[in-house]
Design a binder for this molecule. Structure first.
Ligand code: AMP
Ligand code: ZN
Length: 103
């Protein structure tokens, strides 16, 4: 838990965010500023600032499976995934997340 991190606060339940899907490793919620008709964020429960700080292969696998499960849950058969890593690549929230974009 990082006290200054918006995603940590969401995970803690501070904003009563509706989770599209969740399990012991991750939560999935809708992006507040969607860039596609369906835009989800797959977010690990632990605070990892970006992909550059992730060494846990098991968590990496769980996150990708989370993408698949969340897509299935909302009825997306076709979708794109994106991970922005670092400011210059457009990362704004420094708590690792995978964008899932579809129609
Ligand atoms: P990135 O640019 O990869 O760091 O993506 C951060 C994403 O988080 C952006 O698409 C934002 O719209 C989204 N975002 C920021 N704050 C919130 C929030 N409170 N709830 C849902 N999504 C958010
Ligand atoms: Zn965080």
């Amino acid at each position: 838990m990082d006290e200054n991190c918006i995603f940590c606060k969401i995970i803690r339940g501070d904003f009563n965010t509706d989770f599209v899907y969740e399990n012991e490793y991750l939560v999935v919620f809708k992006d507040i500023n969607p860039k596609a008709p369906v835009h989800l964020l797959v977010v690990p429960r632990i605070h990892v600032p970006s992909l550059n700080e992730l060494d846990d292969k098991n968590l990496l696998g769980e996150l990708m499976l989370g993408v698949k499960e969340a897509a299935k849950k909302v009825g997306l058969k076709s979708y794109r995934t994106q991970i922005n890593t670092g400011k210059e690549a457009g990362q704004e929230v420094f708590h690792l997340h995978i964008h899932v974009l579809g129609k």
